[in-house]
Design a protein around this ligand. Structure first.
Ligand SMILES: Cc1ncc(COP(=O)(O)O)c(C=O)c1O
Ligand SMILES: N[C@@H](CCCC[NH3+])C(=O)O
Length: 419
């Protein structure tokens, strides 16, 4: 599942002691395992080998150039949602013909860049956006291949903030409007109807919502075929969950079996956009204990990482396991692991049965490889932390710690303030 394990008393990433990296780069930092990333990619590739498919890693989960480069070398493409992510994917060497572009608010400039790059597919989320893409394509003398992202109105049974395929969510177009939308797209110069797309949410731990959504998509594709559209790509989005605690999400092979069974005799190229399932358990956030603070009610472990470094616990009450980098004694009762930020919502873990740690102990916040660094911010003027990639016995800093100079880069004090 992942390559973070104890050897004796010490936590390792692959062949590298985590404490050794901490000595080199200081804390906090993100640490990724190349072996875990590669294993997860291969699990998808092997599971879907029986049919034409394209694995487009969701860059929003982890956009580090080295990570994207590694995934690209293994054959993956990218699912992007902004001009910034397009830039990252191209810089990392991911070929444009393996890039699909989702998101409800693509700007004219972003659309132009994606057209110039020659990406595979625009996943279109509204009719006004379709018109904008058509206009840019005509201006550039190009043709944009499009899929509509349809909203199948399926409950993914996940956290409400990360469910996307319900009618009340802002994503995609309602199924009932799809045929009309495709008819309009087919008439528009600059547009080539190429696929159907759907993505119903993230951290799904059951197969049924995926299968439900796919059945609705299949019914639509049949109608579209009857209307004369040639649907060559079926983009099923991402969303496969991972174990953070005791969840038992389906493995990529189970997910593939369920989908492939539905698609027997369907010739389309399958596009998949996993993010978390590839990167989530391939990364940890390493932090140092600053102070242990005991009050009559609570024990607080104040660490040097905070909600600006890993937002998931504060934002979704997400659970991330906390492991000592050097094994400590037995648990002595509940503690909150909190950061230095001036918000009560600044916690990485709550009410965990944890040992008593020596001062300056290193702690690993597990399963932080997806939506960890990418959601980090500079809140409380905290420089963003470094990212380190391990492969076997080697490791490299793949993003340096932000400096104080970088923290204020681009800011200026206008002269009129002195008047
Ligand atoms: C359009 C789209 N594709 C792919 C993903 C990746 O999802 P996950 O990381 O759950 O696989 C997301 C995020 O939920 C998304 O919005
Ligand atoms: N950022 C979320 C997932 C949202 C997925 C984006 N479509 C998380 O950390 O779980």
């Amino acid at each position: 599942m992942h390559d973070f394990h104890y050897r004796g008393e010490e936590l390792y990433c692959e062949e590298v002691p985590v404490a050794q990296v901490a000595r080199r780069v200081g804390t906090p930092f993100y640490l990724y395992s190349a072996r875990t990333l590669a294993r997860h990619v291969r699990a998808f590739q092997e599971a879907f080998a029986a049919r034409p498919h394209l694995l487009c890693f969701a860059v929003k989960a982890n956009g580090n150039l080295a990570v994207l480069h590694l995934l690209g070398r293994l054959g993956t493409g990218a699912d992007i949602v902004s001009g910034g992510e397009l830039h990252r994917a191209l810089m990392a060497g991911i070929p444009p013909e393996r890039i699909v572009y989702s998101g409800v608010g693509k700007t004219a400039r972003e659309i132009r860049r994606a057209l110039e790059a020659g990406i595979l597919l625009f996943n279109v989320e509204s009719l006004p956006e379709l018109d904008a893409i058509a206009a840019e394509a005509r201006r550039a003398g190009r043709t944009a291949r499009v899929a509509f992202r349809v909203n199948p109105d399926v409950d993914p049974k996940t956290h409400p903030y990360i469910s996307t395929g319900l009618e009340r969510n802002k994503f995609g177009i309602p199924m009932a409007q799809a045929r009309e939308a495709y008819a309009r797209a087919a008439r528009l110069p600059g547009i080539e109807v190429a696929g159907v797309d759907c993505h119903i949410g993230s951290q799904l731990t059951e197969l049924a919502p995926f299968v439900d959504a796919l059945r609705r998509v299949k019914a639509l594709v049949e109608e579209l075929a009857a209307d004369g559209h040639e649907i060559r790509y079926l983009d099923l989005g991402g969303g496969l969950g991972i174990p953070y605690r005791d969840e038992a999400p389906p493995a990529p092979a189970d997910y593939a079996r369920a989908i492939l069974a539905e698609l027997e005799g369907w010739p389309q190229t399958l596009v998949l956009e996993p993010g978390r399932a590839i990167a989530g358990n391939a990364g940890i956030l390493v932090t140092r204990l600053l102070y242990t603070k005991e009050t009559p009610r609570k024990r607080f472990l104040v660490v040097d990482a905070a909600m600006n470094d890993l937002a998931r616990p504060s934002l979704y009450q997400a659970h991330h396991e906390i492991l000592p980098v050097r094994r400590a004694g037995p648990p002595v009762g509940p503690a909150d692991v909190v950061g230095p930020i001036c918000e009560s919502g600044d916690f990485l873990a709550r009410d965990r049965d944890l040992p008593r740690f020596p001062r300056r102990a290193l702690l690993a916040v597990m399963s932080a490889g997806a939506y960890g660094f990418t959601m980090s911010s500079n809140y409380n003027a905290r420089p963003r932390v470094p990212e380190v990639l391990v492969r076997g016995e080697r490791f490299a800093v793949v993003r340096r710690r932000e400096t104080l100079a970088q923290l204020v880069r681009g800011e200026s004090i206008p002269g009129f303030l002195a008047e």
